[in-house]
Design a protein around this ligand. Structure first.
Ligand code: TYD
Length: 206
């Protein structure tokens, strides 16, 4: 059976549970007979894997350079991975995309970042985006209980508060595309809330 493609992105601060929910979404689509591609930013393409190491380990010293590296990663990712999969009628599930830049690179205006995102992606927007909404304190205590990761704590609290504030604005700009899921509930409940929208996306897919 041939299906129509779907492009779904997962957003939220570190520790919000989006990667776990992406795997749940993958299972949902696979069980419904869809061919699923699971990917992420930064690092979803060949060049992107080098950029990911550069961005996350070294960090760009200049904020403008950092934005441009995310855009380079995105441009490669869209053309090498996302678009080919969509053309084959697959479901693409992507951990972070354009909205992460709007939230994390919050020193720059929406206007500038929209233009750069448009240029990098050729205008490709997700059919559906999940924003997993979690208070900062909850995210921090979740991450503390995981010994392998203290990335969020290495960033100043004020930076992360700005990220959350930007995400809130991003969600308000496009309520049709971006579904806000309260992420402080147990994993199974969050999955149920997400699946309501996933079923909707299958039903409305022509
Ligand atoms: P990652 O290890 O993938 O963390 P997470 O599990 O939280 O997604 O790291 C990605 C980091 O890169 C994360 O802190 C957010 C940041 N980022 C940006 O600052 N801008 C962007 O455009 C993207 C895609 C990610």
């Amino acid at each position: 059976m041939a299906f129509n493609s779907l492009f779904i992105t997962f957003e939220g601060i570190d520790g919000c549970g989006k990667s776990t929910q992406l795997l749940k979404a993958k299972r949902f689509f696979t069980e419904n007979g869809y061919d699923v591609v699971e990917t992420r930013e930064p690092g979803g393409s060949m060049i992107g894997r080098h950029l990911r190491a550069l961005l996350l380990e070294e960090g760009a010293k200049i904020q403008r350079s950092e934005v441009l590296l995310f855009m380079l990663d995105r441009s490669e990712h869209v053309r090498q991975v996302i678009e080919p999969a969509l053309q084959q009628g697959k479901v693409v599930l992507c951990d972070r995309y354009i909205d992460s830049t709007l939230a994390y690179q919050h020193d720059f205006s929406f206007e500038l970042l929209d233009t750069l995102n448009q240029f990098a992606t050729g205008g490709l927007k997700p059919d559906l985006t999940f924003y997993f909404d979690l208070p900062l304190e909850t995210a921090i205590s979740r991450r503390r209980s995981r010994p392998e990761s203290d990335k969020i704590e290495s960033r100043p609290h004020s930076y992360m508060e700005n990220v959350l504030a930007r995400y809130t604005k991003v969600c308000l700009r496009e309520p049709q595309r971006i579904k806000v899921i309260p992420a402080h509930h147990p994993i199974e409940e969050v999955t149920k809330m997400m699946e309501v929208h996933l079923r909707g996306s299958i039903a409305s897919s022509p």
